[in-house]
Design a binder for this molecule. Structure first.
Ligand code: BGC
Length: 761
């Protein structure tokens, strides 16, 4: 078990030690966001220690020109990266003409709390400057859920031992760059700067694109809670846009700054309207003041928790973790804007560019489907639907035709961004995750209109992809899929990855099933779809042949499916033999050594057992889980949750709990030693799945809702709500009983641990 560096609390993440070298890690944990804008937990004042300043706007990205050692035909021109925007949080403080920098002070009392219930972060620091001035700083901030363009900071400073002269410069820092930039070039250019006493605005343009943003701040001062006019003094910092004020403060007198800031952007506002919108935002929010805004924000969080909380009694370690995951998912994406999606690190770091991966469909849609209005998941799927033409172009680039689609590995607008051949061209299983999400969405919502009229076109295009990507092996007398990378990226360019082959077959089967249903129920729609997609009978015939004849590697001797051809030739030494100081192997071993090893980055065969669990009996579940688990190093955040769900399924609850903890506390306890890069937001959806689909066993099968409930030893009880089949259900599970109640919607049957019960209000 790793050392837990945060105080255990059911609703808060609390750090009470100041370790300058670890602040960059904490910045990730204390990130804030509202689905539209977000930021890392940077200090407002100067900090010369290791830090990574980050402020981002969802959907605002730069096309960073591809940089590779050796160009391969078919590589995309660019990688979309969300832009690190001017920092509206900055507050430069000078105490008796010396810039305040926590890294240079003696910090003798420190507490930072992220309050997840109400959605704010507060830092309370007592320090002594090199000149022996003792100061207390309390800074409380949040990003408003209600007013999506703004964040609010209340920053108080109190001298504790001497009278001080303080210069305070609440600013927009324009000297900010993306850390992850291929050519070390700026992504943004400043087009206009305006600063006028308490109000400043910076307009910027994303280079080589049409995206424009405006960053703004407005400030107000109080001494001992009484509003005061400030004495302005000259601001000589050309990168810090704002007005500097001066105050003389006696000990125990508290200076408080209210700073409201944020962004408007051209994705949803015409640029000529930027200033009007900002004025409107600022007038109403300044009128409300910090307390009013905070109250409004707490209310918005209360509503969110009301729908999405998972309450765990008896184990605060789990409770804190699960809430941290749900909190971050809600901070990252709220579904209000159909153009936006979920980056693997949300607003908490730049790795992965902040754009869309298969993570959205495989790990996030279940959470949003279960806890939000169904339109949220539908919008995510509609994005893929709208991007189908690009996915078709993408498949054409690799030589396929006739409307075959390969969805990108990474994308902002439907164009592929990824540029490692073994992933871009080969990690094609991503297509299947989209089909999985469509199926889950339809099972949960009964939105047949969506699948019959729209999503079916995705299914056809993906089936065409598989039917062209397979080839017939005379040697095996089977269809094979060569040159792929499975979810386990620690093996590349393999043949017959079982998960990919199985998924391909399943996509074909599901597409045929859906087409049959449409032809039986809506023949006109069927005719329209076949006409629009030029679908021919011969194609379906070929799909059926592939379904019958696809090669699925299996070892009779071991009684397990084989991850891919050649896997059994490896030195099959369980991962437990890897010394602790060589983990994670991706930070310690050469790529060559990793590729030759049997070690599995994340669920691969087991990803298939998760998606297709009903296709296998208990013995198959047990043998495959036991076999692959021993080689899996879980160096992708997406691994532990799947293992937890499968361990629940095979009734190994201790293991299910262990993996649940690993999934849910991955970031809080930094299992993979990479927290400074940001949080693993998409895998947080997996944490939710490991409770709802794992311990509570929620499935929709044959159009019926099933719960197959279990409870970890350490928990007394747990409860949550879920939206399914246009109903809202409440589920409470304790050591002996499971209670499912209908909160909203018409009566419905549910099958609880094998027994059918009718739920009525
Ligand atoms: C995983 C991928 C995932 C990506 C983004 C990688 O480490 O192997 O499956 O899509 O991270 O989360």
């Amino acid at each position: 078990m790793l050392k837990n560096k945060h105080i255990l609390d059911p609703w808060s993440i609390i750090e009470n030690k100041f370790d300058s070298s670890k602040m960059i890690d904490s910045e990730s944990i204390f990130s804030l966001g509202n689905g539209k804008i977000g930021q890392r937990g940077n200090f407002e004042e100067d900090f010369s220690g290791n830090q990574s300043i980050g402020n981002y706007i969802s959907g605002i990205y730069y096309k960073d020109k591809t940089k590779v050692g050796w160009w391969k035909k078919g590589y995309p021109d660019y990688f979309a990266k969300m832009v690190n925007c001017p920092n509206w949080n900055t507050i430069r403080i000078e105490i008796n003409n010396n810039v305040l920098d926590l890294n240079k002070c003696k910090v003798y009392s420190y507490k930072r709390e992220l309050n997840m219930k109400e959605g704010w972060c507060e830092r309370n620091v007592e320090l002594e400057t090199p000149n022996k001035e003792k100061i207390q700083i309390i800074s409380k901030k949040f990003i408003s859920l209600k007013r999506e363009n703004i964040g609010v900071i209340q920053y108080s400073l109190k001298p504790l031992n001497k009278k001080i002269k303080i210069k305070i410069l609440p600013a927009i820092n324009i000297d900010v760059k993306n850390n992850d930039a291929n050519w070390n070039q700026p992504f943004l250019e400043t087009t206009k700067v305006k600063s006028n006493n308490n109000y400043s605005i910076v307009k910027s343009k994303v280079i080589n694109s049409n995206f424009e943003i405006a960053t703004f701040i407005k400030t107000k001062y109080f001494i001992n809670s009484i509003s005061v006019q400030s004495r302005f003094s000259e601001n000589k910092n050309e990168n810090l846009i704002g007005s500097q004020s001066e105050f003389d403060l006696n000990p125990e007198n508290k200076l408080t700054l209210l700073k409201i800031g944020g962004y408007v952007n051209s994705n949803d506002t015409v640029k000529d309207e930027f200033e009007n919108l900002i004025n409107k935002e600022l007038i109403s929010s300044m009128d409300l003041g910090f307390d009013g805004l905070l109250k409004e924000n707490s209310k918005a969080w209360e509503n969110i928790w009301n729908d999405s909380d998972i309450i765990i009694n008896g184990d605060v370690f789990s409770q804190q973790a699960v809430r941290f995951n749900i909190f971050q998912l809600n901070q990252t994406f709220n579904g209000n804007d159909p153009k936006l999606n979920i980056g693997p690190k949300g607003f908490t770091g730049e790795k992965y560019g902040g754009v869309t991966y298969w993570d959205t469909e495989a790990y996030c849609i279940p959470f949003y489907l279960g806890t939000k209005n169904s339109i949220v998941s539908k919008n995510l799927l509609l994005q893929r639907y709208n991007q189908l033409p690009n996915a078709i172009l993408n498949a054409e680039k690799i030589g396929l035709n006739h409307g075959a689609a390969l969805y990108p590995m990474v994308t902002a607008n439907g164009e592929e961004c990824h540029n490692e051949w073994e992933i871009t061209f080969e990690e094609i299983h991503r297509n299947a995750a989209i089909v999985q999400a469509i199926k889950k969405y339809v099972n949960f919502t009964d939105d047949f209109d969506f699948i019959n009229k729209k999503a079916v076109k995705i299914l056809i295009a993906i089936s065409r992809f598989w039917s062209q990507r397979v080839n017939f092996s005379k040697e095996l007398n089977k269809y094979v899929i060569l040159g792929v990378t499975g979810p386990n990226e620690y093996e590349n360019n393999v043949d017959n990855n079982w998960y990919t082959n199985y998924s391909a077959r399943w996509c074909l089967q599901y597409t045929i099933e859906v087409l049959n249903k449409i032809s039986e129920s809506e023949i006109n729609t069927y005719n329209k779809i076949t006409l629009e997609t030029s679908l021919e009978k011969d194609e379906i015939k070929k799909w059926n042949e592939i379904i019958e004849g696809i090669y699925l590697p299996f070892s009779k001797e071991l009684g397990v499916f084989i991850q891919n051809d050649g896997f059994l030739n490896k030195d099959l030494i369980p991962a437990i033999s890897i010394p602790e100081n060589e983990r994670p192997i991706n930070q310690n071993w050469s790529w060559d050594k990793i590729l030759r090893s049997p070690y599995i980055k994340q669920a691969d065969v087991l990803q298939g057992f998760y998606f297709f669990d009903d296709d296998f009996d208990d013995d198959e579940h047990i043998s495959n889980f036991n076999y692959y688990e021993q080689f899996t190093v879980h160096e992708s955040s997406l691994s532990a949750c799947i293992h937890s769900i499968l361990a629940s399924k095979i009734n190994d609850l201790d293991k299910a709990y262990e993996y649940f903890i690993r999934a849910s506390r991955l970031d809080l306890d930094d299992y993979n030693k990479e927290i400074k890069q940001g949080l693993h937001i998409t895998s947080m959806g997996g944490t939710w799945m490991s409770v709802v689909e794992g311990f509570a066993g929620l499935r929709v099968k044959n159009n019926e809702i099933h719960f197959n409930t279990k409870i970890p030893k350490k928990w007394d009880s747990y409860s949550f709500k879920v939206n399914v089949k246009n109903r809202k259900l409440s589920i409470k599970i304790d050591k002996n009983t499971t209670t499912v109640s209908l909160l909203e919607g018409e009566p419905i049957n549910v099958i609880i641990n094998g027994l059918k019960t009718q739920l009525k209000k």
